[in-house]
Design a protein around this ligand. Structure first.
Ligand code: ARG
Length: 468
């Protein structure tokens, strides 16, 4: 058994693991991506041990230098990961101990439980920043499109039925609102995850005189005043996976926004709508039908959003029946989180690229928005301005619509005599309601689709997003 590479608990065991157990138990195949965070955590821990007098400064220096070397080898793909050593943490510790004698002291006053909790918090800080940057790229693409389509008017829809006119810019900015809220959620998440669990040990801290604040400061787990932020209960520190769930929840909601945006743009791209076209780079052809140009990028975004929803459900279910504190089940917490991050980043990237190559089809948009029924509500407002109660006005315009339908004419071509017959308040100027530009210019209050209000929102977004 001397040759058998055994995990660090060898003393208690007389036999190695069943060969079937090695593959079943290992996590290094997926948690090796935590290496940079694990190494940062270990370096800070070693420095703290020296600061507290538990190891010498030379020992800490040797440990840190050895870990730097390993980080370089891992980055260059020259590190040999061994599944028999289970996870990223034991692989790195074992490799370090083969070159640095002081490595045997690195695990002083630390457990893999607080170690993995720390590595994951560092990972999450980094992940949140990456998602925020990707969201910014989508926001810039949306605001660019909004800028270009301020005078492209389209029907807005409810029930997927034409409802009232808006500018295409206003529609793009609706998605900017959603992704802007996502950005806020990831920023809040980065703040709440920024607490140091090191020192919780396996579950009950340590008898050794460590300095938790020192490690926390070295790792940037600090508040606005520079004070360390420490977990307040050692049991919770190693059992808590709230931030995994929060990250998946923020990703799942972002995925829902991605999917809704994809769905809208797929519809707009269909021959039936014809509002928008995409560049060749984000569409694909058919192996059979030579005429096809399919919006696969958007369909994949819509499809992949399911993965983030699944990840959230996996994590909630994983944690719901677990007793305190650490249980090995928790090793399963990482794949869904990694999948959330990778999928969200990929989808945001592809959406930004697809949007950048989108071009509105002004003629098709103009034809769709020319439908006078889109302004039926404005006729009701006209009657309200003349003193009619809204419910009566609604009824009167409904009657007008029915008459136009019976006569087989568009609403704006209904003779004035028919209109006056429905209500004497409908004097010939009622037809001014069908002037599209006028209708939109009448909607300039905050949040409305009036051209000035939309331009102000574009300017506000530019200010928030900074120079591009
Ligand atoms: N790879 C393990 C995980 O992520 C590390 C923690 C192991 N702790 C333990 N007590 N076995 O869950």
């Amino acid at each position: 058994m001397a040759e058998q590479k055994q995990a660090t608990w060898g003393g208690r065991f007389r036999e190695g693991p069943d060969p079937r157990m090695v593959g079943f138990s290992e996590s290094v195949s997926f948690d090796k991506r935590l290496a940079p965070f694990d190494i940062r955590g270990s370096q800070a821990h070693a420095r703290m041990l020296a600061h507290a007098g538990l190891i010498t400064a030379d020992e800490a220096g040797a440990i840190c230098a050895g870990l730097d070397e390993l980080l370089g080898e891992i980055g260059a793909g020259r590190f040999d990961w061994d599944p028999a050593l289970e996870d990223v943490h034991m692989n790195i510790e074992q490799a370090l101990s083969q070159r640095v004698p002081a490595a045997a002291k690195l695990h002083t006053a630390r457990s893999r439980n607080d170690q993995v909790a720390t590595a994951m918090r560092l990972f999450f800080r980094d992940a949140a920043e990456k998602v925020r940057a990707a969201l910014d790229r989508v926001l810039i693409a949306l605001v660019d499109q909004a800028e270009a389509t301020q005078e492209v008017y389209i029907p807005g829809y409810t029930h997927l039925q034409r409802a009232q006119p808006v500018s295409m810019a206003h529609h793009f900015l609706a998605y900017a609102e959603m992704f802007g809220r996502d950005r806020g959620r990831f920023a809040a998440f980065a703040e709440s995850v920024n607490v140091c669990p090191l020192g919780a040990g396996a579950l009950a801290g340590t008898t050794l005189p460590i300095d938790r604040g020192h490690t926390a400061k070295l790792l940037g787990f600090i508040d606005g005043t520079g004070a360390p932020r420490l977990t307040r209960n050692s049991l919770d520190a190693v059992a808590d996976r709230d931030h995994f769930i929060e990250f998946a929840a923020a990703s799942a909601l972002c995925a829902t926004h991605l999917s809704r945006a994809a769905e809208d743009f797929i519809l707009w791209n269909s021959s039936e709508f014809g509002f928008i076209t995409f560049s060749d780079g984000f569409t694909t052809g058919s192996s059979l039908m030579p005429q096809k140009k399919n919006p696969d990028a958007l369909e994949l975004i819509r499809g992949k959003s399911a993965r983030a929803h699944g990840a959230l459900s996996t994590l909630l279910t994983l944690c719901k029946g677990l007793p305190l504190t650490y249980n090995r089940d928790l090793q399963e917490d990482k794949p869904p989180v990694f999948d959330c991050l990778d999928t969200t980043l990929a989808c945001l990237d592809i959406l930004a690229g697809t949007l950048a190559g989108a071009r509105p089809n002004a003629e098709r948009c103009a034809a769709a928005v020319a439908d006078p029924l889109l302004l039926a509500t404005d006729v009701a407002d006209y009657l309200v301005r003349k003193g009619m109660p809204f419910r009566d006005a609604h009824h009167a315009v409904g009657t007008l619509v029915a008459r136009a339908e019976e006569a087989g004419v568009p609403l704006d071509k209904l003779p004035d005599t028919d209109a006056t017959a429905v209500s004497p308040l409908l004097t010939p100027d009622w037809k001014e309601c069908f002037d599209l530009k006028r209708a939109l210019a009448a909607r300039e209050m905050p949040g409305m689709p009036g051209p000035k209000a939309v331009a102000a929102e574009i300017a506000a977004w530019r200010g928030r997003l900074g120079p591009t």
